[in-house]
Every structure is written in C-alpha cells, then in structure tokens.
Design a protein around this ligand. Structure first.
Ligand code: ZN
Length: 194
C-alpha cells in the first residue's frame, strides 16, 4: 500500500468488569437485527413483541484496515436466551479467510463456537483469565452461557474484514442450548443449510 498513513501510538481504556470504553463508540446488536439466527423462531418473535433487547455490543477502534495494523477492542455478550438457545454474537468468517484472531476473556463464561468451511467444528470454553486462539479459516461466535455479561478482548489483522453473510445464510453446524439439567449442551443445528 503506497498511501499508508501510520497511526500514532496511543493508549485507551477498557473497563475490566463491563468492557466499556469511555473513549470509543460501541456497535450495538439488538435482537431485531438477528432475524433467522436463532433456532426457535416463535420464542424470537415472542421476545420482540415485548422488547428489543441488546444481545451484544462491541468496541472496535478506527485503525487503518491494512495488513500492517492490528484492530482490537472488546466484545460484550449479555446473558439471556431465545427459547433454550443462549445469547450469542452473529459469528463471522474473516473476508480475508486466512487471518487469525485472539480473544482473551475478562469476565463471564461461555463458549467460542468455531467451524471451518470444510465442516470441522469446535466449542472452546471462554472463562476469565483464559485466551482462545482462532486460527485462520475458522468462523467464530461468542456464546454467553452464564448469568453475567461475557466480556472478551480481541485483536486481529487490520485488513481481515467481516464476512457475516455466510453464517446469516447457512447458520452454524452446531448450536449451544440449555440442556435438561440446566447445563449447556451442544446439539446439531436442524436448520443448517448445506
Ligand atoms: Zn473475527
């Protein structure tokens, strides 16, 4: 990139308990913006008839979208369920598929549900003090299975971009739902589209 303009060094704060930054703008994802992503469409409609809760929000900084830079910020997924399915982020592949990401959990608990275009999948546990490595090619979605906000710090290559469309159309191969014993259970997604 010939016209690369570097950013100056800077420091920014993210609250350890809330993930909120006083110095950045958050992007909020209300439930109404997640149409078709939850398996139980009746439960989805029922909630929306009463309210439109914020399912998650994230702070992503304005850093040049180049392969020289690192984007970073925090993601806050709130506790809740749609039917038996826990609140989660939309999940995405990177537009530049061969780019990785690191997530470090500040508070809360849940899973990073990941899958590759070829059909491999895994659910890595997220808990305070632990980092998850998302290798290149793996779609990733944060799922809050606890009672408090799930707060993660993330960083990835500046030009990676977000491909939300693939997950919006096909869904994930697996879902994480509350099981009969009240504990998280990983099940096949009956609505997954090949
Ligand atoms: Zn990502």
């Amino acid at each position: 990139m010939d016209n690369y303009i570097p950013v100056n060094p800077f420091t920014i704060g993210f609250d350890l308990k809330t993930g909120i930054s006083q110095e950045a703008q958050s992007t909020k994802r209300p439930l109404s913006k997640m149409s078709g992503m939850y398996n139980d469409t009746d439960a989805f409609q029922e909630i929306l008839e009463k309210e439109d809760p914020v399912v998650y929000e994230f702070y992503e900084l304005k850093i040049p979208n180049t392969d020289k830079d690192l984007l970073f910020g925090t993601s806050i997924t709130y506790p809740g369920k749609v039917g038996k399915e826990y609140y989660m982020t939309k999940g995405h592949f990177h537009e530049v598929l061969d780019t990785a990401e690191v997530y470090y959990t500040l508070s809360g608990e849940g899973y990073m549900l990941m899958e590759t275009p070829e059909g491999e999948w895994t659910a890595e546990p997220l808990s305070a003090g632990k980092a998850v490595y998302v290798p290149p090619r793996w779609a990733h979605r944060s799922i809050n299975t606890g009672n408090i906000p799930l707060i993660t710090f993330f960083t990835f290559r500046g030009d990676a971009g977000h491909d939300y469309g693939t997950i919006e159309q096909k869904g994930y191969r697996r879902l994480i739902v509350e099981g009969k014993d009240g504990k998280p259970e990983i099940i096949e997604n009956p609505k997954w589209k090949q």
